[in-house]
Design a protein around this ligand. Structure first.
Ligand SMILES: C[S@@+](CC[C@H](N)C(=O)[O-])C[C@H]1O[C@@H](n2cnc3c(N)ncnc32)[C@H](O)[C@@H]1O
Length: 494
């Protein structure tokens, strides 16, 4: 039996990455141990210095020096190994999207890890890689020769001061067109919303300031009228995503497919990046796919706690009649009760109470009701010997937590906190503070009561949110937290 295409592609890609000397790591300590055996102190210091300069200067010469250094043969495999899973995930997606091209440009190709792989996979497609780091291009050429790949050419080009060679029916850019990673894009209209009003003048100014306009214009100039651009940039932040999408849209590009978020790990850190855009100026695109809402992962508003805090949260949330109960038997916990319900039009919860006294609760926004209902229904059907494992998988370490009193009854740091805050019933505000700074920066904190719960809410115009809820026993802790946060904020702005 032949291996499925997906499997053999990943295997080929992994072998190719290994041929560059790249290794896969899942934990920091083994990676840094390996790094120390490969690189000496001076090399590491030079790298760190350049990294600092690059962050401070936000691009320019330091950026070129940085990529030149990264392309040094001793340094390359070590530092690019941090991107092992990135190359594996992006490589597979690009492979699937590129098949119909005949001339492909990879802008900001770096040392050509992806470009040479794709060229090797598609010998009938002609690839061109450009980058402003001369050392990266020199390595890209050497590696293409080493792999005997003939259908790729590499050029040193600094865009926009030097023109791009040729014309293409596919243009690729992976983490090259939208630099200035520290900039989070335009702010939202206020701390209560994620919306950004459209102003052409502000859009143009920001595109110029962040170097996006000259790069996109240069790419558009070499793309054939019915060609496609495939772009994977650091646009995980909503403001950056909106700025980027609007930059594409105002140049007449439409998504050909739904933009695709890609998750990969960088050593032990999970990164969800992108999305990957495939856009075209041809009529087939669909502008309705330009979504300007914050990303939401199902379940991201769920929060768990156990013990006394869970029992008190449970008794407050269950005050509402809107709930379902079920009995189940577990080997470890004995007879248990599971309650599922909604609290007002703000929260959904699933409470687990064992006769032995153990309690745990999951609380989230109303959008999580379907996930909680699934858990409830699965538990109801489950034989006793599976219940223990399911409960342990759902609440994990919380069930053994010793400092349970320190935990709030609910906490949410995602954009989903906003809808919950808005839906909190009968809010009685006790204290609040709002601050407006330059360039649309503003933030707001408040502390108050919502029926029997106390709440703390913090929001700004760069999409950060924090909502904390406690029962009466946590009031002092939350009040102190509000005062401390206020002090910190005032110190920052004074
Ligand atoms: C983060 S690296 C990405 C490299 C490669 N695309 C990848 O995915 O591994 C960004 C690359 O873009 C190149 N780059 C950035 N701005 C550029 C410009 N204006 N002209 C040419 N290359 C540029 C940098 O030199 C660097 O090699």
């Amino acid at each position: 039996m032949t291996a499925p295409i997906g499997h053999s592609l990943v295997t080929r890609l992994e072998e190719y990455l290994h041929s560059w000397g790249l290794r896969e790591f899942h934990d920091e300590s083994s990676y840094y141990q390996w790094q120390r055996t490969c690189l000496n102190r001076d090399q590491l210091l030079a790298f760190e210095e350049l990294l600092k300069r690059r962050t401070k200067e936000g691009g320019g010469d330091a950026d070129i020096e940085f990529y030149d250094l990264l392309a040094q043969p001793i340094i390359l495999p070590v530092l690019y190994s941090q991107r092992y899973d990135y190359y594996r995930k992006i490589g597979v997606v690009l492979y699937r999207r590129i098949a119909e091209g005949s001339r492909v440009l990879d802008f900001g190709c770096g040392v050509g890890i992806l470009t040479t792989f794709l060229a090797q996979e598609f010998p009938n497609i002609e690839f061109v890689g450009v980058d402003r780091s001369a050392q990266s291009i020199s390595i890209a050429e050497q590696e293409a020769n080493r792999c005997h790949v003939k259908n790729v050419s590499y050029f040193v080009r600094h865009i926009p001061s030097e023109p791009l060679p040729g014309s293409y029916d596919v243009v690729l850019s992976t983490q090259a067109v939208f630099q200035s990673e520290g900039h989070s894009g335009p702010p939202s209209m206020g701390w209560q919303t994620f919306r950004r009003p459209y102003s052409l003048q502000e859009q143009v100014t920001l595109e110029m300031q962040l170097g996006l306009a000259p790069r996109l214009d240069a790419l558009q100039a070499v793309l054939q009228r019915n060609g496609r651009m495939i772009l994977f940039e650091k646009t995980g932040h909503l403001g950056r995503r909106i700025l980027f999408q609007r930059a594409l849209s105002r140049r007449g590009f439409h998504p050909v497919h739904e933009p695709l978020a890609i998750a990969y790990h960088s050593i032990d850190e999970q990164v969800v990046d992108g999305p990957l855009y495939e856009v075209s100026q041809a009529a087939v695109g669909n502008s309705a796919l330009w979504n300007e809402e914050p990303n939401r992962r199902p379940g991201d508003s769920l929060y768990g706690c156990s013990g006394r805090v869970a029992r008190r949260m449970g008794s407050i949330l269950m005050g509402n009649e809107n709930r379902e109960h079920g009995q189940l038997k577990s080997i470890r916990w004995g007879m248990c009760r599971i309650s599922l319900g909604k609290w007002q039009e703000a929260l959904a919860y699933l409470l687990f109470e064992a006769d032995s006294g153990t309690s745990a609760i999951l609380v989230g926004g109303l959008l999580e009701l379907s996930i909680l209902t699934d858990i409830f229904e699965q538990l109801m059907k489950m034989p006793a010997e599976q219940v223990d494992q399911f409960i342990a998988d759902t609440w994990g370490n919380l069930l053994n937590e010793s400092n349970e009193e320190e935990r709030p009854g609910y906490e949410n740091h995602f954009s989903s906190a906003q809808a919950i805050y808005m839906a909190l019933p009968s809010k009685v505000l006790e204290k609040e503070f709002s601050f407006s700074g330059s360039e649309g920066k503003s933030m707001h904190l408040e502390f108050g009561k919502t029926m029997s719960l106390w709440y703390f809410y913090w929001a700004n115009t760069f999409d950060q949110r924090q909502l904390v809820l406690v029962d009466y026993s946590g009031e002092r802790m939350l009040r102190t937290y509000f005062e401390d946060s206020l002090k910190d904020l005032k110190a920052q702005i004074s």
